[in-house]
Design a protein. Structure first.
Length: 256
């Protein structure tokens, strides 16, 4: 089945001439119960036909448990983009990167091939300073003109920091997730299951909100460490008491 018309495919090929190094697109599909899996696979193959630097790998979710675990994939269709660097996080698409999201997909390919996104040096440093796990889910529809910047932001963060996982989630393909996160409009961004942003936010605002989560994470970690340390202290104290009690009993017995 043809997913992209010939004219659009030609334009995509021209755009992807900007790629400088190879990028791999890994797609997970399912044999049953996945309405858009075949379309997603065909989409990648057609883009690959006009992009020599794009490598496509296909996996069936049911038969590739190790790979699925590596990329933390539990639903299909799922597309992961990577450039071979260990310094990036996960860039994932759950659902077709179609409609307005095609622009995000092409930009991701070009930026990954060059090694980093086009944002200011100061913002890059702030994103790289994130020292705790961050999961950014951006809920979209193909018809949403405001969604691509939100998805690109999530993917740019993942491109700059291995602690970050950035997901695009197409809500019509995953209505259960739409219901779970109460998605009433798009784009909607959910960060670490706690922070929800409706609409497209500037990158500096999102960084600030994530760094605030970082403070909460550090506080939680410190509290957990304090609890662990207190438990260790109490355990050591109990052991000391046992030793002292045992010694006292021996002294009493020796006196008798």
């Amino acid at each position: 089945m043809v997913v992209i018309d010939e004219g659009t495919l030609s334009q995509i090929g021209e755009k992807l001439k900007e790629m400088t190094n190879p990028v791999t697109a890994i797609i997970f599909t399912a044999e049953d119960g996945c309405e858009y899996c075949k379309d997603a696979e065909n989409l990648l193959k057609e883009i690959q036909s006009v992009a020599p630097k794009l490598i496509v790998k296909s996996y069936l979710l049911s038969k590739n448990a190790a790979e699925a675990k590596k990329y933390r994939i539990e639903k299909t269709p799922a597309i992961i983009l990577e450039n071979g660097s260990s310094k990036i996080g996960l860039l994932r698409y759950f659902g077709l990167p179609a409609g307005y999201e095609m622009s995000t997909f092409l930009s991701d390919l070009i930026d990954l091939s060059r090694g980093e996104p086009k944002i200011s040096s100061s913002l890059k440093e702030q994103v790289r300073s994130i020292s705790f796990p961050v999961h950014i889910q951006v809920f979209v529809t193909p018809q949403c003109p405001y969604c691509p910047p939100a998805v690109k932001l999530a993917h740019d963060f993942a491109m700059l920091n291995p602690n970050v996982t950035g997901d695009m989630v197409e809500v019509t393909e995953f209505p259960d997730l739409s219901e779970k996160y109460n998605v009433m409009g798009v784009p909607k961004t959910v960060i670490n299951e706690t922070l929800e942003l409706e609409g497209a936010y500037p990158i500096d605002v999102v960084i600030k909100k994530i760094l605030e989560l970082n403070k909460n994470y550090d506080t939680q970690n410190r509290e957990e460490i304090e609890v662990i340390n207190m438990e260790k202290c109490l355990e050591a104290y109990d052991q000391l008491l046992e030793k002292k009690t045992g010694l006292g009993e021996k002294l009493i017995l020796s006196l008798h």
